[in-house]
Design a protein around this ligand. Sequence first.
Ligand code: UDP
Ligand code: MG
Length: 328
Amino acid sequence: MPVYNEEAVLFLTADRLRRVMDGLGETYEVILVDDGSQDHSNEIIRVLQTSWPQLRLIQLQRNSGHQAALAAGLQRAAGQYVVSIDADLQDPPETIPEMLALARTKDVHVVYGVRSDRTTDAFFKKTTAGLYYRMMRRYVGSWVPAQAGDFRLMSRDVVDALNELPEQKPVYRLVVPALGFSSGEVPYVRAERAAGSTKYPLSKMVALAVDSLTRFSAMPLRIATWLGAFGFVACLALVVYCIVGFARGVTVPGWTSMFLAVLLIGAIQLVCIGLLGEYIARIYAHLLNRPTFRIAYDSDAQPAAEPTTVPAQRVQPDHDKQVETLVG
Ligand code: UDP
Ligand code: MG
């Protein structure tokens, strides 16, 4: 649970979360990642620790952002299943048992908490969030689950895969579905922030959107190519216009050649920038160094489950567990 200046809500959150976790009847740990809070969050967590032995505090040196705090927590979480959840009770902890049950009964690796109802969100938040998910589904891939933020349950395998990624500060809500693990969804009603105010000002929201887009899509780089192509077509139409004007002698001498040169060079430049963009996109993808695939199952790497007398039809490959490919 990432915590940034949440003194107003921490006691309440701890109280509700503890009820749920103790009620699970499982061994657990709760990791609070203090993302460089300047208020009394840190002291409050230390007080909470005195009466809640499963509570663990990780304190970041300075405010590094929501996703970085998540990364810190995921790297240290030891559980067989790991849930990431906001500190402000907008993600109800009471949903966790449902997520765990689904992961176990359906045998899926990821369970997304999907906001079924955002009526408690302000109009601005709702529209910007709607725009964000629409954009991601369009430019990143339709595999991005809509309205699934960072409230999700992940199996050990998923967390290990995330921790192995060489990428700095991954955008988890895109990286997790990109890994392609089997998944389920649990709908929940997005509650109002229990106390305090949002720690996501517009600047952080824009930064997340830009990060999400540039890390997963070369679309922004292609804008130059498209503008160049558009300019070129427009240029062709204007060439006709210029020549007609020239033939009718209604132009100032020199205008035609000048105008054509400007149009053409502009279009050529844009196309060239687009070309450079294509190469930069590839260099960037290489730098991110995401694995291009993950092996879900390898018959040779597993100990033989049953003796060789097993009838052929019983060892058919599980099509759900074939090699899963990362979006490069
Ligand atoms: N958060 C964080 N670092 C930041 C901003 C936010 O760790 O720089 C945490 C915050 O404490 C909360 C979660 O990220 O647990 C989501 O933030 P918030 O609820 O303010 O976002 P909103 O729900 O308004 O989008
Ligand atoms: Mg919130």
